[in-house]
Ligand binder design. Structure first.
Ligand SMILES: [Zn+2]
Length: 438
């Protein structure tokens, strides 16, 4: 699979691997995992950056290799989680420019950064042995909005994460207005306020930035990258058996237009304070502060994290009431009306359809809002018969893969709504889909 990421790959071999991936559920999962890791690291990939991480992994591989040679060849076996690290290493090696390895007395890396690097390495290794964890977090967000949404003016909302490592991984992430569970094969989401249910394969990401919290090693692999970036300030202190590590982070994404700035952790200037147990090297605490000029606001506070505890297996299932519709997010969107046009034209067709209550016309763009794009009667009542007053020029912001189209409409009720419609067409048929902003 690693060969897929090599640009010089034999196309025939590539096709045969892709064909297999298409048919094999296990490989599909691994492939998506690799793609996800690449996309997670990509914005930070700089040709001269991550050589230490690579070097570490390569050393680890060498070590593992020597150990394996000493064993009976029939019993050599990687743990599934170690295999994943191998995959990451191999993908990095295949996609990155080869950098000459600099020796240890280089001034590129100061001693604090080097100590932090080694702490992170040890912690990543320690995390591999964890079998389960329960995390309690408080996040400044809205209880019934996306998991990634954060903002300095929201209240602190309780979040719980339950994670069972092993094969397959099972997990549950919840806050008062939203629950997502993964039983290893599928994910289910319940939006409590709207009584809506969604289903998606396990490799879809219904929890956005929270995906990172499901695997502490991912947080740390990411931090290790940040370490090598210029402008990341770092402090480290050992006190009473705990190690305190603080990293200052700059917003990731394109902020020529600042609409998305400070709306998620990735898209904000922030400081992250980690606490590790000095003996076990496991993560014990995390605080994230949003930085706006002189002002700092605590937006994430890890209240507790318990490792290797028993978790009630019923938490990894979601009760869907009988007769309840469940929106399948894996369905490939279809809708010629919303393809081969600009996002602004798509917004115009959408508004026209809503104004004429032509529910069939707008359905292809609204598949995230109801089964087959059928809106709830509440939404039909609210949006039907609206008048479009104005559409602005589409813009991109932050890490959002789609575009925002500013609009102003008058609802039937007389109320004027001015907002930005979030539209994206990153699907196989390039259909513009409404993703938010009603
Ligand atoms: Zn396979």
């Amino acid at each position: 699979m690693v060969n897929l990421f090599d640009t010089n790959m034999d196309p025939e071999l590539k096709n045969s691997i892709l064909e297999h991936i298409n048919r094999c559920f296990d490989c599909q999962k691994e492939y998506h995992n690799a793609l996800e890791i690449i996309s997670m690291l990509k914005p930070k990939l700089q040709p001269n950056a991550p050589f230490l991480l690579k070097q570490n992994i390569m050393n680890q591989l060498k070590m593992e290799n020597t150990e394996m040679k000493a064993q009976d060849p029939k019993v050599k076996k990687f743990s599934p989680r170690f295999k994943r690290i191998l995959l990451v290493a191999a993908v990095l090696a295949a996609t990155m420019v080869i950098i000459p390895i600099v020796n240890n007395n280089t001034s590129v890396f100061n001693s604090t950064a080097r100590a932090a690097n080694s702490l992170i390495d040890n912690s990543i290794r320690a995390t591999q042995l964890v079998k389960s964890m329960i995390v309690k977090l408080k996040v400044r967000t809205l209880p019934n909005d996306n998991f990634s949404l954060v903002g300095p003016d929201y209240e602190m909302v309780n979040h719980s994460i339950y994670k069972q490592f092993g094969n397959p991984h099972k997990w549950r992430v919840e806050k008062p207005g939203r629950v997502v569970v993964c039983n290893g094969e599928f994910q289910y989401m319940h939006i409590v306020g709207m009584q809506e249910f969604y289903k998606a394969p396990s490799y879809h990401n219904l929890i956005e930035d929270f995906e990172l919290y499901l695997e502490p090693e991912k947080i740390l692999i990411k931090e290790q990258y940040n370490l090598k970036k210029d402008g990341s300030a770092l402090t480290m202190e050992v006190k009473n058996g705990l190690v305190y590590l603080a990293v200052t982070h700059k917003a990731q994404g394109d902020f020529t237009n600042e609409y998305m700035l400070n709306t998620s952790i990735e898209e904000s200037h922030n400081r992250r304070e980690y606490v590790f147990d000095n003996d076990t090297k496991l993560l014990r605490g995390l605080k994230i502060y949003l930085i706006e000029g002189e002002k700092e606001t605590l937006i994430v506070n890890l209240e507790s994290i318990e490792y290797n505890v028993d978790i009630d297996p019923t938490l990894f299932a979601l009760h869907i009431p009988q007769g309840q519709e469940c929106i399948d997010l894996a369905a490939v969107p279809k809708g010629e009306v919303f393809t081969n046009i600009t996002s602004k034209q798509a917004a115009e067709i959408l508004c026209k359809g809503l104004s004429q209550k032509d529910w069939l016309l707008v359905a292809p763009a609204l598949i995230n809002y109801g089964p087959n794009g059928e809106l709830s009667s509440d939404m039909k009542e609210k949006l039907g018969g609206l008048t479009l007053l104005q559409l602005g020029e589409p813009f991109k912001s932050g890490q959002y893969p789609g575009e925002f189209v500013p609009y102003e409409v008058r609802l039937k009720s007389g109320r004027i709504v001015k907002h930005n419609l979030a539209l994206r067409n990153d699907n196989p048929n390039k259909v513009w889909l409404v993703d938010g902003g009603f």
